[in-house]
Ligand binder design. Structure first.
Ligand SMILES: NC(=O)c1ccc[n+]([C@@H]2O[C@H](COP(=O)([O-])OP(=O)(O)OC[C@H]3O[C@@H](n4cnc5c(N)ncnc54)[C@H](OP(=O)(O)O)[C@@H]3O)[C@@H](O)[C@H]2O)c1
Length: 250
């Protein structure tokens, strides 16, 4: 799985390891954090290894498979959780922002899936973590929001094509989730306080990493085997409401 050093990916790694999977979790810069996650999983009786992976690099993706998943080795799950982009207004996005964002978020998902499916010899499950920015617009999220929408389209195309190989492909579309990247977004100057947004969420709170990991557990577990091509929204109701919001009524 990609992005296991922190946030949602970390909790997904811990959850899948607790379910008995050997987890290969990736990080980009935070090797120390990733190793802490691995140590925690092993202390709890699970099995995991941390691998450095730059999603923009096809050579890194090839090396990951060559070293940790050589041909002939069975793979059960691919979870694409890592993401990165530039939070700029559309008018300020440069070519390198667009290309790096697409390579990191979208191209890598396709490349990883292409290599994963032939190794899923006993059926397999692919899950991508997307976000409500795939279907809603908010400031600074254009580049990654469009990438998330593209991933959800790839999910449908892959589900149709890989179904005959017994592989399901789904996305978990998360709302606001309590992580360092959420704080990074809301702690920038001029961004409204998170509390003003939380008041508009029907369930009245931001999501937890466990809320998202639970959805991944369902899609990768015994009860999720006939679900494919689906985008499972886990957002506390954030995307079903519109102005005027309940919170604005007396
Ligand atoms: N947090 C939210 O509120 C929220 C809401 C909706 C959806 N999501 C989605 O949920 C997923 C996880 O989000 P998150 O907030 O927990 O963490 P995140 O900040 O989106 O991702 C962090 C993870 O991705 C890795 N990573 C970042 N850029 C990478 C790159 N270029 N190549 C390889 N790995 C890279 C990081 O490694 P290092 O630690 O080494 O940097 C870390 O493991 C993302 O897809 C995100 O878009 C998040």
């Amino acid at each position: 799985m990609t992005g296991g050093s922190r946030g949602i990916g970390r909790r997904v790694a811990e959850t899948l390891a607790a379910d008995g999977f050997h987890v290969i979790l990736t990080f980009r810069r935070n090797g120390e954090l990733a190793n802490e996650v691995v140590a925690g999983i092993r202390d709890a009786g699970g099995s995991a290894v941390a691998v450095r992976l730059e999603l923009e690099s096809e050579a890194d993706i090839d090396a990951l498979f060559a070293e940790h998943l050589p041909e002939g080795q069975r793979l059960d799950l691919l979870i694409a959780s890592a993401a990165a982009s530039a939070f700029h207004p559309v008018a300020e996005l440069k070519v390198h922002h667009l290309e790096r964002s697409w390579a990191t978020n979208v191209r890598s998902f396709v490349q990883l899936s292409q290599r994963a499916v032939p190794r899923m010899t006993d059926g397999g499950r692919i899950v991508a973590i997307t976000s409500y920015g795939s279907v809603r617009a908010f400031p600074g999220y254009g580049a990654i929001g469009a990438d998330k929408a593209a991933i959800e389209s790839w999910v449908r195309h892959m589900a149709a094509e890989f179904g005959r190989s017994g592989v399901t492909v789904n996305a978990v579309n998360a709302g606001l989730v309590d992580t360092d990247s959420l704080r990074h977004y809301y702690e920038r100057p001029g961004v409204p306080p998170i509390e003003s947004i939380v008041a508009k969420i029907p369930l009245g709170r931001v999501g937890t990493v466990d809320d998202v990991a639970g959805a991944v557990k369902f899609l990768t577990g015994p009860h999720g085997g006939y679900v494919t091509g689906h985008v499972l929204t886990v957002d506390g109701g954030l995307t079903v409401v519109a102005p005027p919001f309940w919170s604005e009524f007396p």
